[in-house]
Design a protein around this ligand. Structure first.
Ligand code: ARG
Length: 701
């Protein structure tokens, strides 16, 4: 028996599964064998006594999980950080453990109320590196790690747990004596896996498979060369043996029913300090949210963004307002394991309308100079579609030319400072670019905030009522089109070749003729298929009237291209009366400007197709300038391209038979986007019908 290692256990007298606070407990309430549990615990106790001194804390009635002493607190040297349990079901254990630690002469630190941390269950000393691995995500709050670093004077490496089955760090992570690490990588997020890989060299890492993981192989007690665990596969046994470890298996099945095994049932109370500088790379920031926070779902989204981005939060203040129309406000403290992660999260929160506040008196944005043309400084703030302001020299200035995926460039002009949203390629040496997320605010109108999921309509999908629902959206869109046209507004259409294949051409032509369309954006294909149909009555070789393929029809589209090439342009072909109908014909006849963006797969291309992509992007941007509504008809690429260059506030209607495309577009987060999942030809025919009806009704008045 070794004197040097002391372990704390708690007899299972009152142990049971009385409630469910982890997935292992589900279905196991009062379903364990008390006798078997006692026997298994005795066996573990006996084995441990051969390797260490075992101390006991008195079990308490009413606190069935007290057997899991790993969760009593975290010990380093003579200092303990007492656990603050996440679940009320275990909070009553705290005073008993506190008493025990105090009786033993430890200095006991207690965390602020409401800041959960579950002791050695979620924090494990690396016996070679001297630093502390600390888990968060389920039971312990990331912010508690800062206290650990301070009180225990140790470097803390925070790991985010993402699999509910492995809710405590010690269920999937076990640093061994010699610096080896037994762990289950899928239990951690990508960031955490990288952190582990940076600290522990490949040859020292022992990843276990899922079977070993769910048998709690990582929940092992390691004393010197001995590792005690519930069970290990032959493969794992061999691996550990090859590294000089002796594995002792001792069944703990009755404790698995509560989500614990060997390690959970023990707390090592002798944990000597090693030299490791106190450090923690945890970063925190304060953000302020304001608006119709609940209605808009913005709070949920902000908190989700923080957690799914790898951070954690504390809502420090939340004022709901008394009436429905009142504005609510919230101040949230966001923490993340390091600077990169926090900046990422902050960027997303700013996009949601949050303002990063700081104790700093000056909330100015950080600026960095462009030193290479067309290249932004690292950490540049990536713009969103929402109206944005930046604070420079204590003044908020509005960013011009708002679009998504740009950088904010600040330039000095005779009239003062100007902020522009710029594409990377347009950045010039001498300009300053906003970096980080401080001193930036985005404004969302109440309408931009409302979640739009309810506005996604499905037609031709399952569901009886969907037909009527599409009709309803069509009614709305028709009304909008009519209103915009009558007010002299602007509607731009992006269209894919499917519009032609699905028989939508005649309806789109009608819209153009009636003055509802003020710009057409597409690629080579829509024009080619449209012209093929106009010249030969086929679309990609299919007879559009009879719906059958025509002999030799697969060459039709090339012939169509060839004809237009001979003319020099679509407009010339119209002028020479070679092209006498179709969507492109109507554009030319009605002076509707169009831009066709080329791609690698284009046949021909048509002389009008712009193969210089940067130029095509510029043409698109010019055509959508000032648009009130953009109608996106079955073209994912062009629609997304357009979506990216359009600021919030422009209504977008995306029609596609593929729900993924519709979702992608409405995901840009602006609620002005309406998604309609349906056949585009059908949609256009309904739309034209509705417009005609409107005209009729208008006429009657
Ligand atoms: N039922 C206990 C809980 O959910 C099990 C604790 C296991 N302890 C551990 N260190 N993993 O809190």
């Amino acid at each position: 028996m070794k004197e040097s290692v002391r372990i704390l256990m708690c007899a299972p007298q009152h142990y049971d599964v009385d409630y469910v606070i982890n997935p292992w407990m589900e279905g196991n309430i009062h379903r364990l064998s008390r006798d078997l549990a006692q026997e298994q615990w005795n066996q573990l106790h006996k084995i441990l006594k051969d390797h260490a001194t075992v101390e006991l804390v008195a079990p308490q009635p009413g606190w069935p999980d007290m057997v899991f002493t790993a969760n009593a607190g975290l010990i380093l040297d003579h200092t303990v950080v007492l656990s603050r349990f996440f679940h009320a079901e275990r909070q009553g254990e705290e005073p008993y453990f506190q008493q025990w630690f105090a009786d033993q002469g430890y200095t006991v630190h207690t965390l602020p109320k409401g800041l959960p941390f579950e002791g050695a269950g979620d924090a494990l000393i690396d016996r070679v590196g001297g630093y502390l691995w600390a888990g968060y995500g389920f039971r312990s709050e990331l912010d508690s790690h800062t206290y650990l670093a301070k009180w225990l004077d140790v470097e803390v490496l925070s790991l985010r747990l993402i699999d509910r089955r492995f809710y405590h760090l010690d269920t999937c992570f076990c640093p061994l004596n010699n610096g080896d690490l037994l762990y289950y990588p899928p239990a951690f997020d990508t960031y955490s896996n990288h952190l582990i890989e940076r600290r522990i060299p490949t040859e020292k890492r022992i990843p276990v498979n899922e079977v070993d993981a769910v048998n709690f192989a990582c929940n092992a007690v390691n004393v010197d060369q001995t590792i005690i665990m519930n069970s290990a596969s032959d493969g794992l046994q061999k691996t550990l043996a090859a590294r000089g470890f002796k594995v002792i298996e001792t069944p703990l099945t009755e404790f698995l029913k509560a989500g614990g095994a060997a390690k959970c049932l023990t707390l090592r109370v002798t944990e000597p300090r090693q030299d490791s500088p106190q450090a923690s790379s945890i970063q925190s920031r304060m953000v302020h949210l304001e608006g119709h926070l609940l209605d808009s779902g913005i709070v949920n989204r902000a908190l989700d963004t923080i957690v799914s981005g790898g951070g954690s939060f504390q809502v420090l203040h939340f004022d709901l307002g008394a009436q429905r129309q009142d504005i609510s406000t919230a101040d949230v403290k966001v923490s993340a394991p390091d600077g990169d992660v926090i900046e990422d999260i902050m960027g997303q929160l700013v996009d949601l309308g949050a303002v990063v506040t700081s104790e700093d008196i000056s909330p100015d944005a950080h600026l960095e100079a462009v030193v290479q043309a067309g290249v932004a400084p690292d950490d540049f703030y990536v713009t969103a579609i929402y109206p944005t302001e930046v604070s420079v020299n204590g003044q908020w200035i509005k960013v011009q030319g708002q679009r998504m995926d740009g950088a904010i460039a600040i330039t000095q002009t005779p009239d003062g400072l100007v902020a522009h949203c710029k594409l990377l390629r347009d950045l010039q040496i001498g300009e300053s670019v906003v970096v980080g997320s401080e001193g930036i605010r985005t404004k969302r109108t109440t309408t931009t905030l409302k979640k739009k999921s309810t506005e996604e309509f499905s037609f031709m999908g399952a569901g009886v009522s969907s037909e009527r629902r599409v009709e309803l959206v069509v009614e709305q869109i028709a009304w909008d089109l009519r209103r915009i046209r009558d007010q002299g507004g602007k509607v731009v259409v992006t269209a894919g070749p499917v519009v032609i294949h699905t028989g939508g051409s005649e309806h789109l032509r009608h819209l153009i003729r009636e003055g509802y369309v003020h710009g057409l954006l597409g690629g080579n294909a829509i024009a080619v298929h449209d012209i093929e149909q106009a010249l030969m009555g086929t679309s990609l070789g299919m007879d559009m009237k009879r719906g059958v393929s025509v002999h030799g029809g697969h060459r039709h589209h090339l012939k169509a291209i060839n004809t237009i090439r001979r003319c020099g342009s679509i407009a010339n072909a119209v002028e020479q009366s070679i092209l006498q109908s179709g969507v492109m014909y109507e554009c030319v006849k009605n002076n509707v400007p169009f831009s066709l963006a080329g791609s690698i797969r284009d046949d021909g291309p048509l002389p009008d197709t712009q193969m210089d992509l940067l130029q095509a992007q510029a043409d698109y941007a010019r055509l959508i300038e000032g648009a009130d509504l953009i109608l996106m008809l079955s073209t994912m690429l062009h629609s997304i391209g357009v979506g990216n260059m359009t600021p919030a506030g422009v209504k977008m209607v995306c029609v596609d038979i593929n729900p993924a495309v519709v979702t992608k577009l409405s995901d840009r987060g602006s609620l002005e986007s309406i998604g309609v999942v349906t056949d585009v030809g059908l949609f256009l025919s309904l739309l034209v019908n509705q417009l005609n009806k409107l005209t009729g009704e208008y006429a009657r008045v």
